[in-house]
Structures are given as structure tokens and as C-alpha cells.
Write a protein that binds this ligand. Structure first.
Ligand SMILES: [Zn+2]
Length: 342
């Protein structure tokens, strides 16, 4: 089968398109013919390497997959050949106490697909049966690959950790990012007032179309100033953070008393400054968030199936053009998801 593999960490040219053997399946596993796979920022970390992370190269990257079941193991019960599916975007054991409680991200074996195990940037991927969910009928394969990881992440951040409710004020950084665009839609669905940031007026216009109430071009104005003016100096209830040091300090300062900052990433670097005085005196909570639970992906699916949430496809590349797709993501020109078609 055709696949993208990383043999050495480095630039986009290190995404090698090649022919490799199809993976074998165990009795409880399913072979999925990948029709579309979406890029996430995580793929850049896997390609460039993160200090302290061992990806055990060579590795096929890619966490988000939509496809068709091609072969099933002898113990597979619910799934059959030809089923159109999407994947829960991580491996988990399904047997430990945390998995039994439905907290897959706390499983000791939990890893996103395409990190320390092979992912979906290939013609085929093997996963346990419990990773499969039905592809929404109202979506094509590219759209179906565009939502699992980002909507699941944004749902866990806003609903489970941020506890968003009607009339809450929510700041979502990076309107054009996958998580940002998903968080805007979710916050809007739950009747929150949504503030969002970008350096592109064009992206901010699109953010308004999907539910943002107040858009802020951070190259032209301070998001904290805009928020304070709009909230009579009070601040927001929730900040959805995935930027890191470039926004961290002002994100904390934009929160009202009792506000929640939820972080799922740090694309501008690993270390940020923390004003402890603000944390205790304003009684602020900081939540670390890592993807989300299988039950939450089922919650997201209900909203996708009803048309309330719309996956956003920025662009579609052939699998062999993965290096150009990565360059497009690194240029930060996209609004929504970049898709690869094997
Ligand atoms: Zn487990």
C-alpha cells in the first residue's frame, strides 16, 4: 500500500511517500481503507520531533481518518465489511479501570494515532473494533475526516472542563485553527457570547459566519482591551488556549473572577509566565485538556448528524503531496482542516 512515513525528524521533505506492506489484523481488529485523513498540529510535532518524545521511527503520521471497512478480525462483532466509518483518533486498551470508566485519555496505553503507533496517512490502517464509529451520512469522506480530533478536543475543553452555559462569555484563540473553528461552533450552539482572535480579517469574517460574536485582529488591537470594553471591565468566563507563551499572560488577565482557562496545546513554545497573584486573588482555574473521551465523540456525532456542527475543509491534497500540505499548515493560511486523500 502507499503510505507516508517519517524516517528522520525534520522538514516537510522528510515525509516520504512509499510502498509498504499492508498491515496484518488480529482477531479483535479491523482493517480500514482510508478515504480521507486530516492534518493536525500534532503531525508537525511528530515530523519535527519534540524533546523527550520517542516516536520510534519510521512512523506513519495521521490521527484523523474516514474510510471503509475492508477486512474484519474473527472476533469482531458489530462491524462488517463495507461499513463507512470514522475513527476515535487514539489508541486505548479498553480493559483497564480508566477505560472501563470511559476515561480513555487516562489509560496508560492511550496514544493518539500516528504518534508512537502508525496513523492514517496511508491507504490502510488497522485499529481495534472499539475505535470505529459510523460515518455521518450527511458528510462526504473529506468532511468526515475533518471533525473527530478537533471537535472532540473542543467539546472536552468547553463542555466537560469549561462547563460552558448560556450567556457565558468565551474567548477562543485562533479562529482559523481546527480547534478554534470547532470551539466557536460549540460555544455558539450553547448560547455563549464568543470572542475570537486571528491576524487575518478574512478568517475573522468566516468566524462570524460560524458563530463568533466579537472578532479581534490581534495585529491591530489587544484582545484584552476589546474584551474589557465589551464586558464593562469584567472579563470572560472561559478562555480556550492552544497558543501558549504568545497569548498566555493576556489570556489569564482576560478572565473574570472565577474564570476558567482550558489549554490543549502550545504552538508558540513550551514555557509561559504565570502571575500567581492573579490566579489566587481572582480565583482562576487552569485546566489541562488532552483530546477527549469516546462518549464525548458520540455526543459530537449527534450534533454533526443533525447539522448543528459543520466540519470545515480548507483544502484537499493527494497523499503524495503531504509535504506541501504540511507547508500550507505551517504558513497558517488555512481556515479549517487540511485533508489528504490516499
Ligand atoms: Zn485502558
Amino acid at each position: 500500500m502507499k503510505a507516508i512515513r517519517i524516517y528522520e525528524h525534520g522538514g516537510p521533505e522528510n515525509l516520504i511517500y512509499e510502498d509498504i506492506a499492508e498491515p496484518d489484523i488480529s482477531p479483535g481488529e479491523v482493517l480500514v481503507n482510508v478515504k480521507a485523513t486530516a492534518l493536525n498540529h500534532l503531525d508537525i510535532w511528530v515530523r519535527t520531533g519534540l524533546s523527550g518524545a520517542n516516536y520510534n521511527l519510521p512512523r506513519i503520521p495521521g490521527s484523523d481518518v474516514a474510510g471503509v471497512v475492508s477486512e474484519i478480525g474473527s472476533e469482531v462483532k458489530e462491524i462488517k465489511q463495507g461499513d463507512e466509518v470514522i475513527l476515535y483518533p487514539a489508541y486505548f486498551c479498553g480493559k483497564c479501570a480508566e477505560c472501563k470508566l470511559g476515561r480513555q485519555t487516562f489509560c496508560n496505553s492511550f496514544v493518539p494515532l500516528g504518534t508512537t503507533i502508525d496513523g492514517g496517512n496511508a491507504e490502510y490502517i488497522v485499529v481495534p473494533e472499539h475505535n470505529l464509529l459510523p460515518k455521518p451520512e450527511n458528510l462526504n469522506f473529506n468532511e468526515a475526516a475533518a471533525f473527530p480530533l478537533v471537535f472532540l478536543t473542543a467539546w472536552h475543553m468547553l463542555i466537560s472542563l469549561g462547563k460552558v452555559k448560556e450567556s457565558d462569555k468565551v474567548l477562543v484563540h485562533g479562529a482559523g485553527s481546527g480547534v478554534g473553528a470547532a470551539a466557536i461552533q460549540i460555544a455558539n450552539q450553547f448560547c455563549a457570547r464568543v470572542y475570537t482572535t486571528s491576524s487575518s480579517d478574512e478568517k475573522l469574517e468566516m468566524a462570524t459566519e460560524i458563530g463568533a460574536d466579537v472578532t479581534i485582529n490581534y495585529d491591530k488591537e489587544s484582545f484584552r482591551d476589546v474584551i474589557f470594553e465589551d464586558t464593562d471591565g469584567e472579563g470572560v468566563d472561559i478562555v480556550i488556549e492552544h497558543v501558549g507563551p504568545a497569548t498566555w499572560k493576556e489570556s489569564i488577565r482576560s478572565l473574570k473572577k472565577g474564570g476558567r482557562l482550558v489549554t490543549c496545546g502550545a504552538t508558540t513554545g513550551p514555557v509561559a509566565e504565570l502571575e500567581l497573584r492573579l490566579i489566587y486573588s481572582r480565583q482562576i482555574s487552569i485546566h489541562g485538556s488532552y483530546m477527549g473521551y469516546l462518549s464525548e465523540l458520540n455526543d459530537v456525532l449527534r450534533y454533526i448528524n443533525s447539522g448543528a456542527f459543520k466540519p470545515i475543509v480548507d483544502s484537499v491534497f493527494d497523499l503524495k503531496d503531504a509535504p506541501n500540505a504540511h507547508r500550507h499548515m505551517e504558513d497558517r493560511k488555512q481556515f479549517g482542516k487540511i485533508i489528504l486523500n490516499p
